[in-house]
Design a protein around this ligand. Structure first.
Ligand SMILES: Cc1cc2nc3c(=O)[nH]c(=O)nc-3n(C[C@H](O)[C@H](O)[C@H](O)COP(=O)(O)OP(=O)(O)OC[C@H]3O[C@@H](n4cnc5c(N)ncnc54)[C@H](O)[C@@H]3O)c2cc1C
Length: 489
């Protein structure tokens, strides 16, 4: 409690000295990893009165947690319908409720008083790459009625009023979802955890653990710890302490870029103020700093320098919003997410006193907060809700072969999303052409005097021409179909 709150921007600027563990220590809980997951657990456990030490091999938020977009939604990386199919409606509903609580925990942490400059901002829009109006209605019903989640369905016109592109069709608007500054939040979380009494040691990699006894042993290059509980929150980099656990995650690096200021035109083209993501998980963006665009899209299953992806972010922006022209990407960042084979996070107790919190994939904000609360309450209060995650076992992610397969699946997913999108836009154009053709046909009918006519103002209506004999053929056949060929363009 002696620690004063350090402002997030100071933390981010690296003005705070990093503390490395250089002496032996005894604690209730040792957390390995100072990302969103590790710090969420440390914060909740310290708030509940436990003595907590967090050991971080590099520095706070070094990986994905300090290089992400900060969109906070209910749910998991696994789509809701798949979740229901996997564990049944009732358990899926309980897990969904927990995921919503996770989002609300982030909101409660990210207040202006706790984390100055983090700016929580409401509203997330999920847009469809294809014309999926029918599916949308049942999804809305399910979310609103069965899963008690406030959502609005947006028709194509409404989506296109706020996003000037023909790439997107319907949308699901989550008014209670929100976004924070994703690169600052983890530092705010660290400051809150310290304030609650947790001790965080950086440049302190854990090289081995012995989890067999009641008091577990943790070894770092410069000191040893003893703890009643160890929480493994190292994501894909956990390594030596429990290599088999790292192997249950497929590492997927995701990259994002921020454009130079784009001026007023960006607001004309993108009038939506919150985060936008497409339902295929390809693009995720929002306006930041007034008139810059932050855009996440490329992904790989190998580590690469984010700067390499400035060009693909720029091209992606141009593909979706051609009216923006060629934008300049001035900043890039990225990190590795850990994807599980089943798409759900790994949360629970592996053996007595040995806990895991990882595999949050691309949706780590709400789920890591939820995991933090659940694990802390399990350790300190005996809360057993983590058992809801038991159906999602630790499954080997396939090693190097898994990565290659993962990359291929990713490429295939993007290609099929692009193909489905092209087909949807083609159908839409064909429908417009059909309507134009029908209008021309009706016009021709009127001119020929066979259809219902509206007299022009000031013009005396002429008497109707006598109907043509049926043998001469209907107007549909007489009218050439100028757009039949156009449909294949
Ligand atoms: C570009 C991008 C955008 C994203 N956008 C969003 C978003 O908008 N919303 C959202 O919900 N999610 C988003 N995510 C996903 C989210 O960032 C991750 O799910 C989350 O950060 C995972 O947190 P973590 O703590 O599990 O892992 P990490 O951030 O990887 O943290 C694990 C930490 O453990 C440390 N560690 C590992 N092994 C050891 C060891 N042996 N000893 C000591 N320390 C160790 C590592 O150094 C690391 O710092 C995004 C991710 C990326 C990359």
């Amino acid at each position: 409690m002696s620690e004063t709150f350090t402002s997030v921007s100071q933390e981010e600027a690296g003005l705070r000295d990093r503390v490395r563990l250089s002496f032996d220590l005894d604690v209730d809980i040792c957390v390995i990893g100072a990302g969103l997951a590790g710090l969420s657990i440390a914060l909740e456990a310290a708030r509940l009165g436990a003595s907590v030490a967090v050991l971080e091999g590099r520095h706070i938020g070094w990986n994905a947690s300090g290089n992400q977009l900060g969109t906070v939604m209910p749910g998991f990386a696994l789509p809701l319908t798949d979740l229901i199919e996997r564990i049944g409606f009732e358990d899926a509903r309980e897990l969904w409720t927990l995921s919503k609580e996770g989002a609300e925990l982030v909101r409660a942490n990210a207040t202006e008083a706790n984390m100055p400059g983090i700016a929580p901002d409401n509203g997330v829009l999920e847009v469809s790459n294809v014309d999926a109006g029918d599916r949308l209605i049942s999804r809305l019903q399910m979310l609103n009625e069965d899963f008690d989640t406030e959502v609005e369905g947006w028709q194509v016109d409404r989506v296109r009023e706020v996003l000037r592109t023909d790439r997107y069709f319907h949308g699901v608007y989550y008014p209670r979802a929100f976004q924070v500054d994703g690169r600052k939040y983890v530092h705010g979380l660290a400051a809150l955890a310290r304030r609650a009494g947790a001790r965080i040691f950086e440049d302190t990699p854990v090289v081995s653990i012995d989890h067999s006894g009641i008091r577990k042993r943790i070894v770092t290059p410069s000191a040893r710890l003893r703890a009643s509980h160890i929480v493994l929150a190292g994501n894909i980099h956990l390594g030596a302490p429990l290599r088999r656990l790292s192997e249950t995650l497929l590492p997927v690096w995701r990259y994002a870029g921020i454009t130079a200021p784009l001026g007023e035109r960006v607001h004309e083209i993108i009038a939506f103020k919150g985060s936008v993501m497409d339902s295929d998980g390809v693009d995720h963006f929002r306006i930041v700093d007034g008139d810059r665009l932050m855009w996440e899209s490329p992904e790989t299953t190998w580590s690469a320098r984010p700067q390499r992806f400035a060009g693909s972010v720029r091209r992606r922006i141009r593909t979706i919003f051609p009216d923006l022209g060629n934008v300049e990407v001035t900043e890039t960042f990225g990190g590795a997410t850990g994807q599980t084979v089943h798409g759900m996070p790994q949360i629970g107790q592996l053996r007595k006193g040995l806990w895991v919190a990882s595999g949050f994939g691309r949706q780590g904000m709400n789920t890591s907060a939820m995991a933090g609360q659940m694990i802390a309450r399990s350790i300190l209060w005996g809360d057993e809700r983590w058992k809801l995650f038991s159906p999602f076992e630790l499954v080997w992610a396939g090693g190097a072969t898994g990565r290659v397969a993962g990359q291929l699946v990713g490429i295939w997913g993007r290609a099929s999303s692009a193909a489905a999108g092209s087909l949807a836009r083609y159908r839409e154009r064909a429908k417009v052409k059909d309507r134009q053709r029908e209008a021309r046909l009706a016009e021709a009918n009127r001119a020929a005097g066979t259809g219902p006519r509206r007299p022009l103002a000031g013009v005396r209506p002429r008497p109707a021409a006598p109907p043509k004999p049926a043998a001469q053929g209907g107007q549909h056949r007489a009218e050439p179909a100028p757009h039949d060929g156009a449909a294949s363009q």
